[in-house]
Design a protein around this ligand. Structure first.
Ligand SMILES: *Cc1c(COP(=O)(O)O)cnc(C)c1O
Length: 223
């Protein structure tokens, strides 16, 4: 029997205080989430819009819902009224759609730019050049209903810890230089979302301040 509450407690004891822990609850039941909620945990992450909407509807309103999976433009409208942070913004087009839906909901939607740092071709995200081009072009400047609060990245799924570390270090460097160059007067650009169950320790050592952890809390996922 997996003890979710104990797992989260253990992680929080281990982690420095400034690090936010997102419990990734994808494929897990509303009951499991409620058990963690009742223990005081409030931050949950989902990667599919439909599942996110369903769970948000079943669970208390003061949960912070984090959208961490690939987001299609045509589905943005279903989550903009309540989502806390979208980690997976990977194009200017998507940012513009989120801005439009944010305006309709009279909200400013907090977003992270997803950066492609892994070797795998399948992972979404901007390249570092594209981040630079997006910021230097000023194309995101007029978007009053989104707020770019930092970056998210996923390392290659490998046993090679040096590679994982290099990828995280690369992202931290991009995060730091982007903040200095484009956000020096905007303190909300502060979140670096990197680190999952099997690489979170390396991520923390490399400067992450937001972890997305699923299986280490909830156990293996069965699809
Ligand atoms: C599933 C998922 C996680 C959590 O993965 P675990 O290995 O179970 O911790 C983190 N980030 C994203 C984007 C995910 O899809």
């Amino acid at each position: 029997m997996i003890n979710l509450v104990e797992n989260v407690k253990r992680l929080k004891t281990e982690l420095p205080d400034h690090i936010k822990l997102i419990a990734v609850s994808k494929t897990k039941s509303v009951e499991d989430i409620k058990a963690l909620y009742d223990s005081g945990h409030r931050m949950f992450g989902e990667n599919k819009v439909q599942e996110l909407i369903y769970k948000a509807g079943e669970l208390p309103d003061d949960i912070e819902w984090h959208m961490i999976g690939h987001l299609q433009s045509n589905k943005v409208k279903y989550i903009t009224s309540f989502v806390h942070l979208i980690h997976s913004v990977d194009s200017l087009k998507l940012l513009k759609v989120i801005n439009k839906e944010g305006r309709k909901n009279d909200r400013v939607i907090d977003c992270l730019l997803q950066v492609h740092i892994a070797e795998e071709a399948t992972k979404f995200g901007f390249s570092s050049e594209e981040v630079d081009e997006l910021m230097s072009s000023g194309k995101a400047d007029g978007l009053d209903h989104v707020r770019i609060c930092g970056m998210m990245g996923m390392a290659t799924f490998t046993r090679d810890e040096d590679q994982v570390r290099r990828e995280f270090r690369f992202l931290k460097h991009l995060f730091d230089t982007t903040r200095e160059t484009y956000f020096s007067d905007r303190s909300y650009f502060e979140w670096l979302s990197m680190g999952m169950s099997n690489d979170y320790r390396i991520a923390v050592e490399e400067g992450s301040n937001m972890l997305r952890i699923g299986s280490l809390i909830f156990g293996e996922r069965y699809y």
